[in-house]
Design a protein around this ligand. Structure first.
Ligand SMILES: Nc1nc2c(ncn2[C@@H]2O[C@H](COP(=O)(O)OP(=O)(O)OP(=O)(O)O)[C@@H](O)[C@H]2O)c(=O)[nH]1
Ligand SMILES: [Mg+2]
Length: 241
């Protein structure tokens, strides 16, 4: 996986990020990691800076001045990746909801098959979510159904944030025009790629609720997703997506 960059956005993830970086380098030795931190008050970036002395030339850090949102963090991370020669760019959360062991499969399926995007999906073999309250599973499951109905995109977990992109996908999407910041960001990326006829494959993952640290989910993020999906559909109908 020498050709691969793992992009991890962080906001107050000091309890998770050190462990995760060690786990990733143990499981997928030759990947590089880029942490995109929004100047977390808990000094997440300080911990990453310390670890850079241990993982020289493999662990990178992008610090933004304030909390501008997850979507924008990813865009900055993707732009950083495209300035280098990575062939595969994988996004994942810092909070262990995404199991680092699944990185191997995401990469393998993306590399060895004719797919451009591989999504770690909670909803292809039933519902594979551990420790979420029922209300949250329902919200996420209904959201994915809603996105499928409105957009007609055959992806069962469109809000998933565990995704492997081939470089060409990120190069061809106009990253400056990706507007959303929360779950809608994940949908927007997949929908725009789908409309450019990129092939999307879902593979099953087990998603586990965070054990350490604090959730950043807000009502605003949910509202953005609900209205954002409708907006994208209208833009598509008008040929302006
Ligand atoms: N850089 C940056 N990272 C963020 C921001 N918001 C969330 N993140 C990170 O994005 C990832 C997903 O955020 P979470 O808080 O886990 O959101 P979630 O998975 O919807 O909610 P929980 O798992 O319940 O906490 C985590 O690694 C966060 O630290 C942000 O504004 N900026
Ligand atoms: Mg999370």
């Amino acid at each position: 996986m020498k050709d691969t960059l793992i992009v991890i956005p962080t906001y107050n993830e000091i309890d998770n990020i050190g462990l995760l970086i060690h786990d990733i380098f143990r499981i997928a030795k030759d990947v590089d990691i880029l942490v995109v931190d929004d100047d977390s008050p808990d000094n997440t970036s300080g911990l990453v800076t310390d670890l850079q002395n241990k993982f020289i030339g493999k662990l990178f850090l992008l610090i933004r001045k304030s909390k501008i949102g997850l979507g924008k963090a990813y865009i900055d991370g993707f732009k950083w990746a495209l300035k280098k020669s990575y062939k595969f760019i994988i996004e994942m959360d810092a909070d262990y909801s995404h199991n680092p062991k699944d990185l191997i499969d995401l990469h393998k399926v993306c590399k060895n098959n004719d797919y451009d995007i591989v999504v770690g999906s909670r909803y292809i073999n039933g519902i594979n979510v551990v420790n979420w309250p029922f209300s949250r599973i329902l919200l996420s499951y209904i959201a994915s159904f809603y996105v499928r109905i409105i957009t007609n995109m055959p992806v069962k977990d469109p809000t998933s944030g565990f995704v492997c992109y081939k470089r060409s996908v990120l190069e061809s999407l106009n990253l400056n025009q990706i507007k959303f910041v929360g779950y809608a960001f994940q949908i927007e990326m997949k929908y725009k790629a789908f409309n450019k006829n990129y092939k999307i494959k879902e593979i099953p993952i087990i998603f586990t609720d965070r054990v350490r640290g604090v959730s950043k989910l807000t009502k605003g993020i949910i509202a953005e997703a609900v209205f954002g999906v409708l907006l994208m559909r209208f833009k598509k109908i008008l040929g302006k997506l």
